[in-house]
Design a protein around this ligand. Structure first.
Ligand code: CA
Length: 327
C-alpha cells in the first residue's frame, strides 16, 4: 500500500502527516506492456506490488468464467481466422457462443480497431509477436494467490462483472457464478477485493441476495456508450450518489467525468467532493500514458487527480508509473 506524505512547514519545524492511502489498480493487468488480461500481463502487474489487479469477467457457452474485457472476441483475438463460420449476423463473435476448450485455441493479441485492423495503441505490444491465451477466472486467481505466497506480497483483485443484462438474457447468471467462485477462493472475508459493475442491479443483488461483505464499486459510464439500461447521468447527481451509497462503497467514474478541459488546462468539477460527502470512495478509470488529455503531462495528470481532486485510487494501464509517482 502506498501513502502520500503531506508536509507542511509550520514556523520552526516541519511536520509530515500521512494522508489516506491511495489505491493503485492494474487495469486489465499490465495492459500497457502486454496484451490485456493475459496471465503474462498479470504476473508483470503482480511484480510491481500493486494494490489490486483487475480481471474483467465474461461467461462461456459451458458456463465457465473467463477474463476478457469485451463479451465480443474479435478485437483482442484471432477468432475470425480460427472460427470464421461462428460469426453472428451482426458480424461479431461472442464469447458466450464458445465452449472454454474452443476459446483456449484462440491467440490473444493487442487490442485492434475492427474497422482498420490496426492497433488502438500503436506503441504497445507487437500484434503478431509471441503467443497468449484467454485465462479463466480460476487461473487468474490461482496465479495471483500463488505469487502472493511465493513473494510474501498481498496483492488483491478487483473483478468487474461484465454485461450482466446481456448474460441474463442468454440464460447465464454471471453474478451468481462469480460470487460463488470468489467465495470458493476465500475472497468473502479477505479484505483483498472490490467487486465492480456498470449495472446497479448486480451490485444490489450481491449485497441483498448474496449478502456479501465485499466492498462494491458502481462504475459510471457515459449514457451514449449504451453500456447498460442504467441512467448514468442520474448517478452523477446528488440523488444518484445518495442512492449508490445505500449499496456500494464507492464509484468508478470515467476520468473525464471529473473535469473539463479549457485551453489544455484541467478544470475540476465537484463530483469527487460530492461523492466523498456521501461516504463513497472514488476510483476513476483510466490512466494511460499513451492517451493523456491533449497537452497534459503524466505528472500534471497525476498531480491533478491525487492532489487537486483527491481521488482515493485510480485504474491504470501503467500502474507501475502511478506507484513511482506515489513513491
Ligand atoms: Ca474493467
Amino acid at each position: 500500500m502506498k501513502f502520500l506524505l503531506q508536509c507542511t512547514a509550520i514556523t520552526l519545524f516541519i511536520s509530515c502527516m500521512p494522508t489516506k492511502k491511495k489505491v493503485v489498480i492494474a487495469h486489465r493487468s499490465a495492459s500497457g506492456y502486454l496484451p490485456e488480461h493475459t496471465l503474462e500481463a498479470t504476473a508483470m502487474a503482480h511484480s510491481w506490488d500493486v494494490d489490486f489487479i483487475e480481471p474483467d469477467i465474461v461467461m462461456t457457452k459451458d458456463n465457465e468464467l473467463v477474463i476478457l474485457h469485451d463479451h465480443h472476441l474479435d478485437t483482442t483475438t484471432n477468432v475470425a481466422e480460427i472460427y470464421p463460420e461462428r460469426m453472428r449476423e451482426d458480424g461479431r463473435y461472442y464469447a458466450i457462443d464458445f465452449k472454454l476448450q474452443e476459446l483456449k485455441k484462440l491467440s490473444v493479441n493487442e487490442r485492434i480497431d475492427l474497422r482498420t485492423k490496426k492497433p488502438i495503441f500503436p506503441g504497445r505490444f507487437e500484434l503478431t509477436k509471441s503467443s497468449f491465451q484467454i485465462p479463466t477466472l480460476r487461473e487468474f486467481i490461482e496465479l495471483v494467490q500463488g505469487l502472493n505466497k511465493t513473494t510474501g506480497r498481498n496483492v488483491g483483485i478487483y473483478p468487474e462483472i461484465k454485461k450482466p443484462e446481456f448474460h441474463l438474457k442468454h440464460g447465464k447468471d454471471i453474478t451468481k457464478h462469480t460470487i460463488e467462485t470468489l467465495r470458493e477462493y476465500g475472497y468473502e472475508d479477505s479484505g483483498q477485493i472490490y467487486i465492480q459493475s456498470f449495472w446497479p442491479s448486480t451490485l444490489i443483488r450481491l449485497k441483498k441476495e448474496f449478502k456479501t461483505k465485499i466492498p462494491l464499486v458502481q462504475l459510471i459510464a457515459s449514457d451514449d456508450w449504451g453500456e447498460s439500461s442504467a441512467d448514468y447521468s442520474e448517478m452523477l447527481t446528488d440523488n444518484g450518489l445518495k442512492k449508490i451509497a445505500t449499496y456500494a462503497k464507492g464509484i468508478g467514474p470515467w476520468s473525464h467525468q471529473l473535469f473539463s478541459i479549457n485551453n489544455k488546462n484541467l478544470e475540476p468539477n465537484n463530483l469527487v467532493e460530492k461523492a466523498h460527502s456521501y461516504g463513497l470512495v472514488v476510483h476513476p478509470y483510466t490512466h494511460r500514458l499513451d492517451s493523456l488529455p491533449d497537452g497534459v503531462t503524466n505528472k500534471q495528470f497525476l498531480d491533478f487527480m491525487f492532489e487537486e481532486l483527491e481521488v482515493d485510487g485510480i485504474f491504470s494501464d501503467f500502474a507501475d508509473r502511478v506507484l513511482d509517482y506515489l513513491d
